[in-house]
Unconditional design. Structure first.
Length: 279
């Protein structure tokens, strides 16, 4: 399982010399399975470059998973080049919504006056799964969803292939339980023994006091989750739009310092654009 980050910024894309290391694009992940399947997770602005790469590779059979419908996770969708390729096939899995709602959300993103090209005019073949099973497979990878604690709801995912586990929990507020969200212990169980946990880490503890109930976590709570779940690598994700590279470096360094002081065997990293993880 090869995971590539095409965007890890939260809320809104940013640009400028202070954001070069971690990048400015919003959420977009690529997962390549050993069976050759391609999984796109979310469609933030990072999906534009991802789509360009797929067209160049002529790799146009793509599985889509969405965590939720907030616009920083959807705003790149109209700029995804395979949409306009007649030989492309996009399979939209029903998580976290049923198939009709996924189609409604995506068509709304491209509806006038939001975008000049209508969703009905895309050339790719679009297929919609009707439901979100408790567990399903995409090629050689098993996928398990879990509800996230976030305004308006959504899903996190666990991907398992050949005994290796990747857990993705963006936009998950550990310090406040939103409607549909799970208790902290459920996320610990879900992430247990993961080789890689990528989790929303938008805030410092001091910042979080101002933004409780906004749907995002502070990184020390995320570290607590990683510790209790005994994960091997922790990726700090959904980087705040104001967080500069230097500030993010300090957050990662402090995270690793907390780990080392406790004698834990966890590696803490800030998830940057173009970063890859090979499990």
């Amino acid at each position: 399982m090869l995971i590539t980050c095409w965007g890890s910024r939260g809320s809104i894309p940013v640009s400028g010399k202070s954001y070069l290391k971690y990048g400015g694009d919003t959420t977009s992940l690529e997962i390549r399975t050993k069976s050759g399947d391609i999984i796109a997770v979310d469609a933030g602005t990072g999906i534009r470059r991802f789509g360009k790469k797929l067209v160049e590779e002529k790799a146009l059979d793509i599985n889509f998973l969405f965590t939720h419908a907030h616009w920083d996770h959807l705003m790149g969708f109209p700029f995804f080049k395979p949409l306009y390729a007649e030989n492309a096939h996009l399979l939209m899995h029903g998580c976290p919504y049923h198939s009709q709602f996924v189609e409604t959300i995506l068509s709304t993103v491209m509806a006038p006056p939001n975008f000049p090209v209508k969703y009905a005019d895309v050339k790719a073949k679009m297929t919609y799964e009707k439901a979100c099973p408790q567990e399903f497979t995409i090629g050689s990878v098993s996928v398990t969803p879990i509800p996230i604690s976030h305004p308006n709801g959504g899903s996190g995912y666990k991907f398992i292939e050949d005994g290796k586990t990747f857990v993705f929990l963006t936009d998950n507020e550990l310090g406040y339980r939103h409607a549909g969200g799970r208790p902290f212990k459920d996320y610990v169980e879900f992430a247990a023994n993961a080789d890689l946990l990528i989790h929303d880490s938008e805030y410092t503890p001091e910042e979080y006091r101002t933004f409780i109930e906004w749907g995002h976590s502070e990184y020390t709570e995320v570290l607590k989750l990683a510790q209790q779940a005994d994960v091997k690598k922790l990726g700090l994700f959904h980087i705040n739009q104001e967080r500069t590279d230097d500030q993010m470096d300090r957050m990662v360094s402090t995270c690793q310092q907390h780990i080392d002081e406790r004698g834990l065997q966890i590696e803490c990293v800030g998830v940057a654009t173009d970063m890859t993880f090979n499990l």
